[in-house]
Design a protein around this ligand. Structure first.
Ligand code: ADP
Ligand code: MG
Length: 249
């Protein structure tokens, strides 16, 4: 297993958010996290790269293992962890700099300054993010001039550039039009050959189209998880059935 979550609980201050989460995420797969707004999907996603640590009152117990290493263990370097577990957000957040510099950013932060090496990685990352052909002749223009869908693919390229193992995506298409959404979905299917992807989505069709596995969250608990096909065609729990039928949420 790439990611293994055992009896993981988390909250902010004395507010309990995630309750006894147990989940296994195989490598080179897409796992969709679905569930109504406020049920803890983002909090769970941010637990996988310890982004919640940035909230002072965050607390958790239980284990999240990545490649069999407990990421909340004492020996973990959080900077390395976040390099290994990249994240793409709901709203594309390119830096106010050129397309090229956006992708090169993480490499430079991690101490790579060889221009030839950087240019190779920038090209490879933009190709992998299915953006190269649209930007190859304007690499030094501001990233902020790109369309929303292009900006989101740029953010994916920026994440890929530092060679992560896992990519977390938190509703990456929710601000995009249907065509840009389809492009990102196609990209996700390509990327799983090289990465393990965890995708939060409130779009049931997207979960069906893009994921291999699905976990249904409700009030901070995983109600049901398994093959996407089974969750959607043959859910075991009434609550899952009701949610995917659109009866609530
Ligand atoms: N940094 C935080 N401090 C306090 N409460 C938070 C914080 N982040 C999220 N929450 C609370 O945790 C709950 C789950 O939120 P979230 O994980 O964002 O749900 P979802 O992504 O499923 O919509 C919500 O009640 C939210 O208000
Ligand atoms: Mg969320």
């Amino acid at each position: 297993m790439k990611i293994e979550v055992n009896h993981f609980n988390a909250g902010f201050g004395n507010m309990e958010i995630l309750k006894d989460i147990n989940l296994k995420i195989p490598k080179h797969s897409v796992t969709a996290l679905i569930g109504p707004s406020g049920c803890g999907k983002s909090t769970f996603l941010r637990s996988i790269n310890r982004m919640n640590d940035l909230s002072r009152d965050f607390c958790c117990n239980g284990d999240i293992l990545i490649n069999s290493m407990n990421i909340y263990g004492d020996e973990i370097d959080v900077v390395d962890l976040r390099k290994n577990v990249g994240m793409v957000f709901q709203k594309a957040n390119p830096f106010p700099m050129s397309i090229y510099d956006n992708v090169a950013y993480g490499l430079r932060i991690h101490g790579i300054h060889d221009d030839y090496e950087i240019s190779k990685v920038v090209e490879k990352s933009l190709k992998q993010a299915a953006l190269w052909e649209e930007v190859e002749d304007k690499l030094f223009e501001s990233a902020l001039n790109l369309s929303g869908g292009q900006q989101q693919r740029l953010c994916i390229a920026r994440t890929i550039a530092v060679n992560p193992d896992i990519i977390l995506m938190d509703e990456p298409c929710s601000a995009l039009d249907p065509i840009s959404t389809l492009k990102i979905e196609e990209l996700i299917s390509e990327l799983k050959k090289d990465y393990t992807i965890v995708l939060v989505t409130h779009n049931m069709q997207q979960a069906k189209r893009s994921s291999d596995y699905t976990a249904f969250f409700l009030n901070g608990e995983v109600i049901e998880s398994g093959l996407t096909r089974n969750i959607f065609q043959n859910p075991q729990e009434i609550k899952t059935q009701d949610y995917i039928m659109g009866r609530f949420g």
